[in-house]
Ligand binder design. Structure first.
Ligand code: CO
Length: 215
């Protein structure tokens, strides 16, 4: 088996390149962490959060899981959101899905992989909820794209509905939640227009975003 020596070598090169560009780079980061953004995305190795939006270390707080799912009982995800909102005071939370998501495809095609099927069950719930939109979308690739979009919209609403976000809005903390979908084919992020910045009209914004999913 190959060793990881090459990765450690890459790391030393990266660190010295950073210092060459900015001599106090690590010293500055060591003392403060004040990201303005929380990214909730898919674990997929083709969707590296910082890189896609060209943000440096220290600028993006990140939570990733398979198929960017936000479940109301997931203490891991909720803890990340709570820390980001209450302690770091991020101003934006973006749920970022991506076309070609293996988790979404497995949910749509009812593939069996093991324990993860239970996690993907949440996406099958979205599929069932919006079956009428998805089944008229065309071939399986188009159906998958629509489910990727609808999954983001659903998970963005889940973020907005947490007590963490509701409490932040109730005390007037400036905070927006957004739903985005990233294209593996072109590297471009599309805004699914479900941005919410208060508890007002959440249902309306959510429903308009759902109707904006193109058939
Ligand atoms: Co994915």
């Amino acid at each position: 088996m190959e060793t990881l020596a090459n990765l450690l070598q890459n790391n030393r090169q990266w660190a010295s390149d950073r210092i060459a560009l900015q001599s106090d780079f690590f010293k500055r980061l060591e003392n403060i962490q004040s990201p303005k953004y929380l990214w909730i995305g898919c674990s997929d190795s083709r969707v590296p959060a910082n890189e896609i939006v060209a943000l440096d270390p220290g600028e993006l707080f990140v939570h990733r899981n398979v198929a960017n799912v936000v479940v109301h009982t997931d203490l891991n995800c909720l803890s990340v959101i709570q820390y980001a909102v209450d302690v770091l005071h991020v101003e934006h939370i973006m749920v970022v899905g991506h076309y070609g998501c293996g988790g979404v495809r497995a949910a749509l095609q009812n593939n069996r992989y093991g324990l993860i099927d239970n996690w993907l069950r949440h996406i099958q719930d979205v599929n069932q909820k919006y079956r009428s939109i998805i089944e008229t979308a065309g071939d399986i690739d188009k159906q998958e794209d629509r489910l990727c979009e609808l999954n983001v919209i659903e998970q963005t609403l889940n973020v907005a509905e947490t007590t963490i976000i509701q409490d932040a809005w109730a005390k007037g903390q400036p905070l927006q939640v957004h739903g985005w979908v990233y294209g593996l084919k072109d590297g471009i992020i599309r805004d699914l227009k479900i941005t919410m910045d208060s508890a007002d009209d959440m249902t309306g914004i959510y429903q308009r975003a759902v109707s904006g999913v193109k058939i």
